[in-house]
Design a protein around this ligand. Structure first.
Ligand code: FUB
Length: 305
C-alpha cells in the first residue's frame, strides 16, 4: 500500500511539474525566447512584437526580460536596435535572437533583415552592446551554404569548449564558432535529421534550431514550420546526424512557434511563445515557459497546454 501511495505521489508530482505554465512572463507582446541563467539571474532576450506593425514581424528592436526567481519578471526594455550594426538597413527586421556568455563577456547573436546574422558584445547581460565586428558574422550574399534565410541563431558551447552556431529555415545549418565567439571556422554544414515518420509529411525541419546536451546525449529541437510543432531528435555528436525522437510541444493556432531550453539548478525549462495575451495572434505573441522532463530512456516528455 505504502509503495502504491509513493508511486501515486511521484506520478502526481511528475504530472504537476510537466504542466505548462500558461502565464506569459510579461503583459507586453514578445516572442522567440532566448533564456539564460547568467550568474544566478535569468535573462530572456526576445523579439519585440509590441513594436511591430501588427501585420508582420517588422520590429527593429529586441527586448530583454529578467527574473531572479522566475516568478516575478522585470521588463528591462528595448536594450538593442538593428542600428547598432552600421552595415544594417535602418528598417531591417529584428528577429529571434540568441545570447551567450564566455571570456567574461556577453555575446548577442542577432538575425538582421532575414539575410544576415550579426554579433554584438557587452560586459553586462543587459548591455550596452556594441557591434563585435565591422560586418555580419553570417551573410547570405557572402557565405557559401548560408541557405535561403540565415535566421534564428542558437549557440551551444560544448563541454570540450567548442562552440557551435545553429541557424536557418527549411534546411538547418551549423558552423563552428572560434573561442572569441565572434568569428567562425570551417564551412557551414547542413544538419541532417533522419527517421521522420513516413506517414506525416508535416514532420520536417522548419526553423528555430536549438541544441542542448543531457546525460551525454545531444538533443536537437526545432519547429516543423508554419504553423510549427516543436519536435526533436538526438545524436551522440553535436552536429548530428540526429535521429527523430518525437514531439515536445504541439501546434498552436498561430503561424509560428519558437522554443529554447535552459538548465537552472539541475532543472530543465522549456520556453516558447503563444498567443495568450488579450489581442494575441501570429504577430502578437507572448513568451511562457514550463518544466521540461527527460525520461530515463532519453526521450522527452511531451508538454501539454
Ligand atoms: O519573430 C520572427 C520569426 O518568427 C522568427 O525568426 C521565427 O523563429 C518565428 O518565430
Amino acid at each position: 500500500k505504502r509503495k502504491l501511495a509513493g508511486f501515486i505521489a511521484a506520478t502526481l508530482m511528475i504530472a504537476a511539474s510537466a504542466a505548462v505554465a500558461q502565464t506569459p512572463i510579461s503583459p507586453r507582446f514578445n516572442a522567440d525566447p532566448s533564456p539564460h541563467d547568467f550568474k544566478g539571474k535569468v535573462y530572456v532576450y526576445a523579439t519585440d512584437d509590441a513594436s511591430n506593425s501588427g501585420t508582420y514581424w517588422d520590429s527593429t528592436t529586441w527586448r530583454l526580460y529578467s527574473s531572479k526567481d522566475m516568478k516575478t519578471w522585470s521588463d528591462d526594455g528595448a536594450f538593442l536596435s538593428v542600428s547598432v550594426f552600421k552595415w544594417a538597413k535602418p528598417d531591417a527586421k529584428a528577429w529571434a535572437p540568441e545570447a551567450a556568455y564566455r571570456n567574461g563577456k556577453y555575446y548577442f547573436y542577432a538575425p538582421v533583415g532575414g539575410d544576415k546574422i550579426g554579433v554584438a558584445v557587452a560586459s553586462k547581460p543587459q548591455g550596452p552592446f556594441k557591434d563585435a565586428r565591422t560586418d555580419a558574422l553570417i551573410d547570405k550574399a557572402r557565405d557559401a551554404n548560408a541557405g535561403d534565410e540565415p535566421i534564428d541563431p542558437a549557440v551551444m558551447i560544448d563541454d570540450d569548449g567548442q562552440a557551435y552556431l545553429f541557424f536557418g529555415t527549411r534546411v538547418p545549418k551549423v558552423i563552428k564558432l572560434n573561442k572569441d565567439m565572434v568569428s567562425t571556422s570551417g564551412p557551414i554544414m547542413n544538419v541532417e535529421i533522419t527517421g521522420f515518420p513516413a506517414n506525416d509529411p508535416k514532420k520536417k525541419y522548419g526553423e528555430a534550431p536549438f541544441l542542448h546536451k543531457h546525460n551525454g546525449l545531444y538533443y536537437f529541437s526545432f519547429s516543423t514550420g508554419w504553423p510549427g510543432q516543436i519536435v526533436y531528435g538526438t545524436s551522440k555528436s553535436p552536429a548530428g546526424p540526429f535521429e527523430y525522437r518525437g514531439v515536445i510541444f504541439d501546434y498552436l493556432s498561430i503561424s509560428t512557434n519558437h522554443q529554447a531550453i535552459m538548465k537552472r539548478g539541475g532543472k530543465w525549462w522549456f520556453f516558447y511563445h503563444d498567443n495568450l495575451l488579450p489581442g494575441g495572434g501570429s504577430h502578437r505573441r507572448s513568451i511562457s515557459f514550463a518544466p521540461l522532463i527527460h525520461r530515463p530512456d532519453g526521450t522527452i516528455e511531451e508538454i501539454k497546454r
